[in-house]
Structures are given as structure tokens and as C-alpha cells.
Design a protein around this ligand. Structure first.
Ligand code: ARG
Length: 576
């Protein structure tokens, strides 16, 4: 286990120490990667704020700071620029030492922070229907966060908060009984979307059926064995559909991660009673309601957060309150992430506020809604099939692989068909995931086959190809001295080494902001600087120690690309 600091932390410590040495004990160093190459590699931007606070000339303060800033052997140049920026250019020998250290570590030089127990609620589809594109974003963003946080040493508990409870299941189980009397049940359940639609139709058409459906809800909630068995069978089929999607996506969710709404059913009366006892829930028009002053409606009145309906039924909100308690008390989470559609933002704000008030989560526990925008079609409208229906995930992924197969076959007609399918699976699924992960999750994004499958630009195929290229160089090189010291003479070598060393800081940023797009941007930049290096610095044609040094840069690049893509849930190939 490595305990050293990342590049950013390292510079931050030094600049902070220099600030302290001139008496600015609370000035933040504000280290950022340099905005432009002529500003060096990093900039320390804390001087202006510190100068303002002490009413001092910023350039003078910068002068003072620089005399105390000990970066010998670390920076080759420290310059004061503009109103008081400090531009730092790192010493190639320092970069080489750090890169060499990263090379010998499996963690690629990523230091482990103090581990935290994190619960990540993601995917969480409603089992009444088939998984559709709406659940794609949650599943892949959640999966990437699980991977990154685990890689950083955190203890992650995945929670698939499936929608497996509620009145719909009365209708579905009642319909299942009808169907089984007639048609083959498995056939009918082969298409859950269709099954749901037909059940709904029966509800609308036949009052007797609607009655039975309502009776079934009561029986299900009352623990009736027969209806429970039907319900379980239905869930099993639905879960099977999800698992097929997880498998295609390469998402690691298992049965062990399932804890759906039904699991909290028994806890719901206790939650409402507790909220009443604490004076938080009050009776309003027969319902149990919490009025939170923090959330006002347009008339300036506190908004109602209903926890029990007039008919005694519980709600999504009640279940989520029970889940907060479970995650904090039983799972002992210190951070809980909810990877859920942005449109549920208000629900989560209310949930978090109420959980704090009720004492279900104190300030030592972070509760975060990791919201995301909607997926749009190329017409900029919500993503739908041509006939306006919801797009099934399974079909979407199948299409991705087929489209990738056509492209791969054009590029590499000489490869065996089975190999081309294998590449197509990695490229097709990778492209869909990357297109999603590379966008800032809070914005809506346009789903476009052409742009996600392009072999150039910020796409999965481009990055997968960059890995394959680096791997091929290493294969073609044969044996080389993996311990030869790194030489970073050319600017392209220095830039590549610096980018490689930024991996750890990038992952920390992804974890802090729950934003996988930072890792995508990083990997894209890495691929770009690698190809610039490769064009400018002969690798296989160079000789001796220089050749060995350049091959090591290729090796670290290949490993970083593979690991980084792996953290996004995207696989790499040796040949493509
Ligand atoms: N099943 C819900 C939906 O599809 C998402 C559940 C998210 N998790 C939660 N704890 N509310 O909208």
C-alpha cells in the first residue's frame, strides 16, 4: 500500500508551508494544472486572495512567498506572473522519479486515502416493467463510481433499490393467474412491456378484474402465501431480464446487492410513528405529512412531504426514509450516494433534510444525490423508438454491438468472424457507456450512434484503439530493461510523464465530485499526448537506455489506459 501524496497534494503541502513561513497560516494554496503551456505545469493561485485579506500588494506577497518556497529538485522553474500567480514548471528528473515509482506499483502510484464506507444506490429499476434507457445512466454511472471508489481503497456497498412493491404488483399477479389459465406464462412474460400493457388494459376494461387486482394488493401486503408466491415468480422473471442487461453491460451487480422497496415494508409503520413522536409528522386531511420550512411552494407555504396516505398506504418517500436508517445504522455508511435521475432532485433534498431532522443521519454522514439529465434522441427530444415507445435497453445494446461489428469488419476484414464479434462487443458496449460517462452527468445528452462509434475524437473506440497501439509497440519491442531509468529529454516525453502522474488526482476528483467525466477527459488527453509522443520520439527505432526509457513510458501509458477504461467499466483488447 502506498501512502505518498499525489502530485497535487505534494505541491499543495509545499506552497502551504511557504505561506505559513510568511505568516499567512490560513491561506489556501489553490493549486491548479496550468491553464496554458507557457504557464508551466501547475499554478498556485492563492496569493491574490491572501493579499486582499491582508491589504497587501499581491506581487510583493508573491515575492515573499517564492523566497520561502522550497521546490529544489522538484521544480525547474518558479515564476511570478500577472497580478500574483505563481507558475511552476516541474523538473524532468523529478517527473522521471515519480513515474518510475508509479511503474512498479500495481496501483499506478495512486495513494490510498483513509478508507470510508460508502453506500451507492444505483440502477434500481422498477421490476413491474422492463428495464429501459432511463435506467441506463444510473447503471453505468453508478458502476463507474463503485469501481473508482473501490480502487481508491474505499469500502463500497452497492445497493440495488429495485421497485418491487406497490399496487402495480396486485394487477400484475392477478393478470399472471389469468394468463396461466390460457397461454404459456413464460411466453407472456418474455415481453414484460407487453405484459404490463395488457394487464393495464384489463384493469381499464373489466371492473371485476380491477377488483381482483385490488384484493391481490391487500393479500400481498397481508402476507398471503399464494399471492406472495406469484409475486416472487413475477419478480424472478423480471430480475432475469435485468441480469441479462447487467451481463451485457459488464456491470457487477448481483443478487447480494439487491435490497428493494419490499425489504423496507415492515419498517414503514415504525418510521411514521417515530416521525409523529418527534412532532415532525402531523395529520393533514387524513394523511400523515411532514411540513418542511426549507421547502416553500409558490404561495410561500411549507411544502408537504407525505409519508402516509389517507388510505393508510405508504409512499416512495417513506421507504426511502427507512432505507436511510438502514444504511446509516446497519450498514454503517459514512457517505451515501443516490445515482438517480435529476428530476427526483426535490424528493432527495426533502429526504435528506428530513433525515437530518429526524436524526436518521447526523452530520458525520454525507447524503448526496448524484443526479443526471435525460438521454435525448438526435431530434433533441427524449429518446424514443421510431413509433414513440420506450427504448428497451437489451435491444439498444444489441444494436450497438451489431453496428460495431459492421465497422470492425470494414476496418479489419481479414480477422476471423468470431474475433470481430468479440471486438464488436467491447467496442459497441464501450461506446454506449463512454458516450454517457464522458458528458457532465447533470446535463441532458444526445444519443448519437455516429459520434459514439467514431474511431477518432473523444470516444471509447478511440481510447480502446490507443491502448491497442501502445500494447502492440510493447509486443513488437520484445524484451527490454524494465528497470532502466526514465529519461525525459524531449518536451513530448515530459508532457506524457506529467499526464501519467495526474491519474491519481483525477481519480480523487471523480470521487469527490462523483463525476466520471473527469476520468474520460483525462484518458482522452492521455491518448492525445501519447500519440504526440509517439510521433515525435522514435521508440522502436531508438537504442539502448533511451529505447528502454521510451518503452517504459509506453508501458505505463498502456497500463493507465487499461486501468482507467476498466474503472469506467470499458474493456480493452490486444488486437482490434
Ligand atoms: N426505482 C426508482 C425509479 O426507477 C429509483 C430508485 C432510486 N433509489 C432510491 N433510493 N430512491 O425511479
Amino acid at each position: 500500500m502506498t501512502q505518498e501524496q499525489t502530485l497535487h497534494q505534494f505541491l499543495d503541502t509545499r506552497v502551504t508551508a511557504a505561506f505559513a513561513a510568511i505568516g499567512c497560516t490560513d491561506a489556501p494554496a489553490l493549486i491548479t494544472p496550468a491553464a496554458r503551456p507557457e504557464f508551466g505545469d501547475y499554478q498556485a493561485n492563492g496569493v491574490m486572495g491572501a493579499a486582499k485579506a491582508r491589504k497587501q500588494n499581491p506581487r510583493e506577497l508573491a515575492q515573499q512567498l517564492v523566497t520561502k518556497l522550497d521546490l529544489s529538485g522538484i521544480a525547474s522553474k518558479v515564476e511570478i506572473a500577472g497580478p500574483g500567480f505563481i507558475n511552476i514548471t516541474l523538473d524532468p528528473a523529478f517527473l522521471a522519479r515519480r513515474a518510475a515509482a508509479a511503474l512498479v506499483q500495481e496501483s499506478l502510484g495512486v495513494p490510498y486515502p483513509s478508507a470510508q464506507r460508502v453506500v451507492i444506490d444505483y440502477s434500481s429499476p422498477n421490476l413491474a416493467k422492463e428495464m429501459h434507457v432511463g435506467h441506463l445512466r444510473s447503471t453505468i454511472i453508478g458502476d463507474a463510481l463503485v469501481r473508482v471508489l473501490r480502487f481508491l481503497g474505499h469500502e463500497v456497498i452497492a445497493q440495488n433499490h429495485i421497485g418491487d412493491w406497490g399496487t402495480q404488483f396486485g394487477m400484475l399477479t392477478a393478470f399472471l393467474v389469468e394468463v396461466e389459465k390460457g397461454v404459456d406464462a413464460d411466453m407472456a412474460l418474455g415481453d414484460l412491456e407487453d405484459f404490463y400493457r395488457r394487464a393495464k388494459q384489463r384493469m381499464d376494461d373489466d371492473p371485476a378484474f380491477a377488483n381482483t387486482a385490488r384484493e391481490y394488493v391487500v393479500k400481498l401486503q397481508g402476507g398471503d402465501a399464494q399471492v406472495n408466491a406469484l409475486w416472487r415468480r413475477f419478480l424472478e422473471v423480471s430480475m432475469h431480464h435485468c441480469e441479462a442487461v447487467y451481463k451485457t453491460l459488464g456491470v457487477g451487480l448481483t443478487r447480494a446487492d439487491l435490497r428493494g422497496e419490499s425489504a423496507y415494508n415492515a419498517a414503514l409503520p415504525g418510521i411514521v410513528a417515530d416521525l409523529q413522536a418527534k412532532g415532525l409528522a402531523v395529520t393533514s386531511e387524513g394523511a400523515q405529512v411532514v411540513f418542511l420550512d426549507e421547502f416553500k411552494n409558490k404561495d410561500g407555504e411549507a411544502q408537504a412531504y407525505i409519508v402516509r396516505k389517507q388510505d393508510g398506504g405508504y409512499l416512495y418517500a417513506t421507504t426511502d426514509l427507512a432505507a436511510v436508517r438502514y444504511r446509516v445504522d446497519t450498514l454503517k455508511a459514512k457517505r451515501v450516494l443516490y445515482v438517480v435521475d435529476q428530476r427526483q432532485g426535490l424528493h432527495f433534498q426533502q429526504l435528506f433534510t428530513l433525515s437530518r431532522k429526524a436524526g436518521y443521519a447526523d452530520d458525520s454522514v454525507a447524503l448526496e444525490h448524484v443526479g443526471f439529465g435525460v438521454m435525448l434522441g438526435e431530434d433533441n427530444k427524449p429518446f424514443k423508438t421510431r413509433s414513440g415507445g420506450t427504448v428497451k435497453l437489451a435491444e439498444l445494446l444489441e444494436e450497438a454491438v451489431e453496428r460495431a461489428f459492421v465497422l470492425v469488419s470494414e476496418k479489419n476484414p481479414e480477422l476471423a468472424e468470431e474475433t470481430r464479434w468479440e471486438i464488436a462487443r467491447a467496442v459497441g458496449v464501450g461506446a454506449v457507456k463512454y458516450a454517457d460517462l464522458s458528458k457532465n452527468r447533470t446535463s441532458d445528452y444526445v444519443f448519437s450512434w455516429a459520434s459514439m462509434l467514431a474511431f477518432d475524437g473523444n470516444t471509447a473506440p478511440y481510447l480502446q484503439y490507443a491502448y491497442t497501439r501502445a500494447a502492440k509497440v510493447l509486443r513488437d519491442a520484445g524484451e527490454f530493461d524494465a528497470n532502466a531509468s526514465l529519461q525525459l529529454h524531449e518536451r513530448a516525453e515530459q508532457v506524457l510523464a506529467l499526464q501519467l502522474l495526474r491519474f491519481a488526482d483525477t481519480l480523487n476528483l471523480v470521487a469527490r465530485d462523483t463525476a466520471p467525466h473527469h476520468l474520460c477527459a483525462y484518458l482522452f488527453e492521455l491518448a492525445v499526448v501519447f500519440s504526440r509522443f509517439y510521433e515525435n520520439c522514435p521508440v522502436l527505432k531508438s537504442e539502448g537506455a533511451l529505447r528502454a526509457s521510451r518503452l517504459q513510458l509506453c508501458s505505463l501509458t498502456a497500463r493507465t489506459l487499461k486501468t482507467g477504461l476498466g474503472l469506467l467499466g470499458i474493456s480493452t483488447l490486444e488486437v482490434m
